[in-house]
Design a protein around this ligand. Sequence first.
Ligand code: PLP
Length: 384
Amino acid sequence: MAILCFITFLELLIFQSTRQQLLTTRTPARISYTWGLVFIEQRFADKDYLPITGMAEFNKLSAELIFGFGSPAIKENRVTTVQCVSGCGSLRVGAELLAKHDGHHVVYLPEPTYGNHPNLLSAAGLSLKTYRYYDPKTHGLDFQGLLEDLGTASTGAIVLFQASGHNPTGVDPTRQQWEQIRQLVRLRGLLPFFDCAYQGLVSGSLDADAQSIRMFVCDSGECLVAQSYSKTMGLYGERIGSLSIVCKTADVARRVESHLKLVIRPFYSNPPIHGAAIVTAILKDRDLYNEWTTELKAMSDRLAKVRQQLYSALCSRGTPGDWSHIIRQVGMYTFTGLTEEQIDFLTKEYHIYMSSDGRINIGGLSSKAVPYLADAIHNVVTRT
Ligand code: PLP
């Protein structure tokens, strides 16, 4: 009897905490409690197949999010958007489409770039080239190198850009630099393919973080955009994203959509439903949307605050070198400039783990841990 009472008590505790969690996280679910068991029923009971191109409402809202509500390209029906399997899936579908058609078989990637970019694009059959992007001497953009490399790319080549919060360097071009890049890309007849995985997390503004893309859409030229909701909505495992292709005319956009169906159908047939339902619920509900944008701003403010704390901690310790790149770089990542040998030492002596290229995910650093990291960096830099 005592055991039974204890089990019931435990079940009630689980029920209460699950209920509380659902209420506070506003998870779109319904809960019921029967015979001591907690059932979480998805409000999105619909588990039918989606169309090959995904959920129409999700596609519409995603396009508006990235190009801006009232974007002329959307109004003129020059944009075709398809739901894909997150950012990586969107990149891959775009690459598959381009690889099937003449004239777009070479893709230029920034050096360095997100580790999966080369895999995703070469697996689709594209030939990879790189353009200079990061300057280790300044820890900033190698703008001259970028212009020189894209200036010699052949007409029709695809250029992969990261819209904002460049992974792994945290280095983004300024607005003026983007404008020069845009002019060069159009002059040389290159095809821009944007990867946007951090919209809203970099500056705290969804519009500002999509600015680079919108500059390319404003000029009525073509471009591709892969969007990911993994980081921006914390939906990593839902694998939800979209691919938008901005075309010159509505007729081309219609034809591009049917070609996209030909890519997707033999690939994974149609995309999963649940992540799209979550994103759609958030984007179309004013309260949820406002709550989401407030959280994005809070996260981007925290990233900036931790950057500042790390920079100040190194300055106050008199750590040799210029560490201002930590506050000049933006978004989730910072390229510390530490060498592989120094990183090895940090791992062995301090159990501090980072990529061997010196990249830190600022999102994973708490204010409390900053002094420990600063002490460790100071010691490794001053070590003889
Ligand atoms: N693109 C960039 C620049 C990324 O940094 C990442 C993930 O880290 C991705 C794409 C992949 O995103 P997803 O998890 O949505 O496929």
